[in-house]
Write a protein that binds this ligand. Structure first.
Ligand SMILES: Cc1cc2nc3c(=O)[nH]c(=O)nc-3n(C[C@H](O)[C@H](O)[C@H](O)COP(=O)(O)O)c2cc1C
Length: 375
């Protein structure tokens, strides 16, 4: 058997995982339209990737109708969406795996074509993403990002309430926990970072103020779930969607120190070398490693993702840099990834052209390894 560290048990909150190969949250744009509810195809996809005692983190799901920036993303704010997700959860539980839902709001990464009434997207401040990046519109065009509307101070508690309601909805759908998406340049990270947050109220300015929204959203989820079933995802040193903090260390060290006493299920990183892997094949060189930098600060379970194969994943755990590894692209094309890693079966390469949108092709039709089939 390969990779003894990757294939050792791990306690995550109340759950005893049987191995440490986690499904990373992956946007696939295949929810039903116009309900934006998960459908049977989505349940099949997740069930394919579920193993006894494994952990799946379901794709980012907006907590509000204003939180979308792509077509076909499943939401977690309507009854139909809760119903759809409950079928996904049931299918995953039938295979003996655990599943958390990632709670999302894209903030300024949206476009008015996705917004109710064609309004401008909302964000901490009226700062557009730089013109070197392009926004996608609801009818599939690539256009410059719009300048978002800055949230009024008294609107922010309403957004926090939307996260709380979404956490309740995830609980009602039967999920095992919720993850706060605070990575990749989306709303929570827009509050964290000084380039997207120019506020002068208690949500902006100092690091303490910029971290407040993350802590309030996390606290809302904790009040629904209990801390040991809530995770947080961060992408320090990331550059996705026009993000990037000039000096990440003080900001992220402070955020992690504030998260430490809460007793979360886990902290989850995207390694900087893979920042933006959703949009293009990236492998940034000469960038720091999030797990190496922040492991000494974070006191709980640490999951990280970004360009790992079996050897590197096992080594990261053996060296104490991480407790579990989340796999994204390789789990897309290998529904039985844990089995393949454990037995050294060759992986199927992924096809980026079918990452987003469509039906079963490139989604549920990747083969399971058949040890009996001729090579
Ligand atoms: C198609 C695709 C969709 C993604 N969607 C999400 C998402 O919804 N939420 C998130 O936090 N990260 C998302 N990511 C980032 C992955 O979770 C992961 O961190 C990244 O792909 C690096 O891991 P990998 O090298 O194993 O693919 C996405 C990546 C890809 C390729």
């Amino acid at each position: 058997m390969n990779f003894p560290y990757l294939f050792s048990p791990l306690q995550v909150g109340p759950y005893q995982l049987k191995h440490r190969v986690v499904l990373a949250p992956l946007t696939r744009l295949r929810a039903a339209k116009p309900s934006l509810a998960p459908r049977p195809l989505n349940a099949e996809y997740y069930a394919q990737r579920a193993t006894q005692g494994g952990l799946l983190i379901a794709e980012a799901s907006p907590v509000l109708a204003t939180g979308f920036g792509n077509p076909g993303v499943p939401g977690i704010y309507s009854d139909a969406q809760v119903e759809g997700w409950s079928k996904v959860v049931d299918a995953v539980h039938a295979k003996g795996a655990y599943i958390f839902l990632q709670l999302w709001h894209v903030g300024r990464v949206s476009h008015s074509s996705f917004q109710p009434g064609g309004a401008l997207p909302v964000a901490p401040s009226a700062v557009a993403i730089s013109s070197e990046f392009k926004a996608g519109t609801a009818d599939g065009r690539a256009v410059p990002y719009e300048t978002p509307r800055a949230l009024e101070t008294d609107e922010i508690p309403q957004i926090v309430e939307a996260y709380r309601q979404a956490a309740r909805n995830a609980l009602a759908a039967g999920f095992d926990g919720a993850e706060i998406h605070s990575a990749n340049g989306y709303l929570v990270e827009q509050f964290l970072q000084s380039r997207s947050n120019l506020r002068t109220d208690r949500y902006g300015g100092s690091i303490e103020n910029r971290v407040r929204f993350l802590l309030e959203v996390t606290q809302a989820a904790i009040e629904v779930w209990g801390a040991d079933r809530v995770g947080v995802r961060l992408s320090p040193y990331g550059i996705a969607n026009g993000s990037g903090e000039a000096e990440p260390m003080p900001l992220y060290s402070y955020a992690i120190e504030q998260l430490n006493p809460l007793g979360l299920a886990y902290l989850h990183f995207i390694e900087p070398r893979s920042s933006g892997a959703g949009r293009a094949e990236v492998n940034w060189q000469g960038v720091p490693s999030a797990m190496v930098l922040y492991r000494p600060i974070w006191k709980g379970v640490l999951i990280t993702a970004g360009g790992f194969a079996g050897e590197a994943a096992d080594a990261a755990i053996a060296q104490g840099h991480a407790d579990a590894i989340a796999f994204g692209r390789s789990f897309i094309s290998n529904p039985d990834l844990p089995l393949r890693l454990q037995h050294g079966y060759p992986p199927t390469p992924y096809n980026r052209a079918t990452f987003y949108g469509g039906d079963a092709a490139g989604y549920t039709d990747y083969p399971f390894y058949d040890a009996m089939a001729p090579a």
